[in-house]
Ligand binder design. Sequence first.
Ligand code: 13P
Length: 232
Amino acid sequence: MLIAGNWKMYKGPAETAAFCRALRDQELDGVDVVVCPPYVSLATAVELLAGTEIGVAAQNVHWDGEGPYTGEVSASMLRELGVYGAIVGHSERRQYFGETDETVAKRARAALAAGLFVIACVGETEDERARDETETVLRRQVGALGDPDENLVIAYEPVWAIGTGKTATPELAQEAHALIKSLLDVPVLYGGSVKPDNAAELLAQPGVDGALVGGASLDLDSFTAICRAATR
Ligand code: 13P
């Protein structure tokens, strides 16, 4: 089981340091734990979690090694910092920053080639689900990612469940995860309002290999409660 905390645009270096100091004192055996701070806080997280089993990943990564791409960061720069992986294709990137299946795939392939671990996000919007297009959307998004890789995992994040408090039922999550796994044989995390009180039930589904946690990953107690639910 892998539990990854996507901090989004929360926690600068000072808050990151306080969180990581507290996190490294926790007993979290039997679960792989990753935190994904904003770029400016990555170095702090890497430094404070060095020597622990907890991984540090970025929230995005560019496909070129360097170049005239204002506001972007490359895989080799992340590697230089000691960062172990990156999220790509989060729905907030697709929705607000123009990411497409093509750019997401370019980011994912370049990051894998550079030796990073990649969490690639897919998921349907509320409208797409209402129009019965979930399967079509997932087939398109997963298909664009290319071949399986030992350093690739997918996060299924139904967009209507992100930050809304609405969670996919365990059955609905299982159905989507089974479809994704039939398309690409990689572990699949569930994301979308995962909280301490629903984590165990979601993680108990056979197709659910872990969780990508947003809001609940910002608080140490709720994040570690989710990590512990993954060990049961
Ligand atoms: P929430 O857990 O806040 O719904 O966010 C999910 C998410 O987007 C994780 O990447």
